[in-house]
Design a protein around this ligand. Structure first.
Ligand code: GAP
Length: 434
C-alpha cells in the first residue's frame, strides 16, 4: 500500500506535467528530476510562501543570491572538504559501493551474489561535486558545486551588515540550488543529487540563541500546518548529540511521516553557534565580529538555521494532499500552493458562442489568478484532469451564461457547484482562494 501511493504519485506527476524523470530521453540520470509546467508553478508557490513567511513578514530579514561556485577556500574553512562525507564500504566481489550505515541495503546486496560477500573497511566519501575553474583540469583549479547555500551567506555577512543597516538579531535568507553526490538516491524527490534549498541564517546574540532556536522550531512547524499538512503527519524532534553535523550545537528536525520510511527529516533547524563566522574569520583573516554600539562590545553572533529542500517540501505537500476514491484522484492542495487556482471551460468545445465567451472570462480572470483554459475532451474529463493537479475551482460557461451572464463554479474538494454572476466572479473566487 505504501509503495503503492509512491508509485501512483510518481505516475500522476508525470501524467499531469508536474514532475518528469531527469534525462528520460537518454535512459535517465539517477537522482535528478525535471519540473514540468504544473511543477514549476507548485515550486514557485512553495518558494513564495516561504519568502513571504521568512522575508516579507520580518523586517529584520533580508534576501541574498550568492554564486553556486565559490572560492574553494570557503569549503576548506567551512569544514566541508574534511567532514562532508559518508562512510562507504565496497563489495569485494563486484565493487559496488554502499553506505556502511545502511545495513538493510548491505543485506539486500549480499543476497544478489551466490558466494559469501566480503566488504572493505569503511572509507569516507566526500559528497561535494568537484569541478574545474578555467580550461585546465589541475588540482589548483578545483572547486565544488555548493552543497548548501549557507556558506554564500556567511561569506557575505559583513557585506550585508554594512549595506542593509541591520542590527543583531537579523537574518539573511537565500533560495538557490545545492548539489550533493549522494551515494544512494531514491524515494522520488526525497533524496536527489541536485535540489533547490530554502535557507535562513538568523544571527543572534549567543545568550539569546537557545530561546530563538525554540521560536524558529515552532514557527517552521506552524508554517507546514498552516499550508495544509495534517497534524498527525508532522512533528518536531531534537537530534541526539551523536547525530549532529560538524558545525551544530544542537539541531531539531521537522519530521514527516513518509509512506516509504515512517518518520524522517523534512527540514533541519540547527543552532550553528559561532562556528561558521569564526572559521571564515580564521581562514580569510578578515574580522567577522559584530560591533554592538549600544553595549560597545564585539562578538561573533550565533546562527539559527532553518533549512529545507524545495523538492522534499513538495513531496510532503503532494503526499499529504493525495486523495482517491472510486471515482477520482484529487490533490487537495492548499489553494495558495495549487499550480493553477482556476480552470475555465466552455461546456462544449465546438460552439463558437461558448468558446468566445469562455475566452473572455479567462482573459479577465488571468489578470488576478493563475488561470488555465481547457477546451479539450468532455467536461467530465476536464474536471478529472484539474482534480489531479489540484486546481481548486473550475468555472464553466454554458448556454445559460449566454442568456443571463452567470457561470458555475465547481469546488474541487466537494464537487459542489454554485451559480455566480460573471461580474461577481473575481470577488467570489478571491474570497475562496485567500
Ligand atoms: N545548511 C544546512 C544543511 O544543508 P541539511 O540537513 O544537510 O542541512 C537541509 O539539508 C535540507 O535540505 C534537508 O532537511 C532536506 O530538506 C534537504 N536535503 C538535504 N539533502 C537532500 C537531498 N539529497 N535531496 C533532497 N533534499 C535534500
Amino acid at each position: 500500500m505504501t509503495e503503492n501511493i509512491m508509485e501512483k504519485l510518481v505516475a500522476l506527476c508525470k501524467r499531469r506535467g508536474i514532475i518528469f524523470p531527469g534525462s528520460e530521453l537518454y535512459g535517465g540520470l539517477s537522482g535528478t528530476w525535471d519540473l514540468g509546467p504544473a511543477g514549476v508553478e507548485l515550486a514557485r508557490n512553495i518558494k513564495n510562501e516561504w519568502r513571504k513567511a521568512i522575508v516579507d513578514e520580518n523586517e529584520n530579514v533580508v534576501e541574498l543570491d550568492s554564486s553556486i561556485l565559490l572560492n574553494p577556500k570557503v569549503w576548506e574553512a567551512s569544514g566541508h572538504i574534511e567532514s562532508f562525507t559518508d562512510p562507504l564500504v565496497e563489495c569485494k566481489v563486484c565493487h559496488s559501493r554502499i553506505r556502511a550505515d545502511h545495513k538493510d541495503q548491505i543485506e539486500e546486496h549480499e543476497k544478489t551474489h551466490d558466494q559469501k560477500v566480503e566488504w572493505t573497511d569503511p572509507k569516507e566519501f566526500n559528497l561535494m561535486f568537484k569541478t574545474y575553474i578555467g580550461p585546465v583540469d589541475s588540482d589548483e583549479n578545483v572547486t565544488y558545486l555548493r552543497p548548501e547555500t549557507a556558506q554564500g551567506i556567511f561569506i557575505n555577512f559583513k557585506n550585508v551588515l554594512e549595506t542593509s543597516r541591520q542590527k543583531v538579531p537579523f537574518g539573511i535568507a537565500q533560495i538557490g540550488k545545492g548539489f550533493r553526490n549522494e551515494i544512494t538516491t531514491g524515494n522520488f524527490l526525497f533524496r536527489v543529487r541536485e535540489f533547490e534549498m530554502l535557507e535562513l541564517e538568523y544571527f543572534v546574540h549567543p545568550d539569546a540563541a537557545s530561546e530563538v532556536h525554540e521560536e524558529w522550531k515552532e514557527k517552521r512547524l506552524k508554517w507546514y500546518k498552516d499550508l495544509g499538512i495534517q497534524n498527525d503527519n508532522i512533528k518536531l524532534i531534537d537530534l541526539p548529540r551523536e547525530d549532529l553535523s560538524h558545525y551544530s550545537k544542537g539541531t531539531a528536525e521537522v519530521h514527516y511521516n513518509w509512506p516509504f520510511m515512517g518518520w524522517g527529516e523534512l527540514e533541519g533547524i540547527a543552532n550553528r553557534g559561532d562556528y561558521d563566522l569564526k572559521v571564515h574569520e580564521k581562514i580569510s583573516g578578515r574580522d567577522l565580529k559584530y560591533f554592538d554600539q549600544e553595549s560597545n562590545t564585539k562578538y561573533h553572533p550565533y546562527v539559527i538555521e532553518p533549512s529545507v529542500g524545495v523538492g522534499r517540501a513538495m513531496l510532503a505537500f503532494l503526499l499529504d494532499a493525495y486523495y482517491e476514491d472510486e471515482k477520482r484522484v484529487v490533490l487537495r492542495l492548499d489553494p495558495r500552493l495549487a499550480p493553477y487556482k482556476v480552470a475555465v471551460f466552455p461546456l462544449l468545445a465546438n460552439k463558437e458562442e461558448l468558446t468566445s465567451k469562455a475566452k473572455q472570462v479567462y482573459d479577465t480572470l488571468k489578470k488576478n489568478f493563475k488561470t488555465v483554459y481547457d477546451g479539450r475532451g468532455n467536461i467530465g474529463k476536464r474536471y478529472l484532469a484539474q482534480d489531479e493537479i489540484g486546481t481548486p475551482f473550475c468555472v464553466t460557461i454554458d448556454f445559460d451564461t449566454l442568456e443571463d451572464n452567470t457561470v458555475t463554479i465547481r469546488d474541487r474538494d466537494t464537487a459542489e457547484q454554485e451559480r455566480v454572476k460573471i461580474e461577481e466572479l473575481t470577488d467570489r473566487l478571491s474570497s475562496k482562494i485567500t
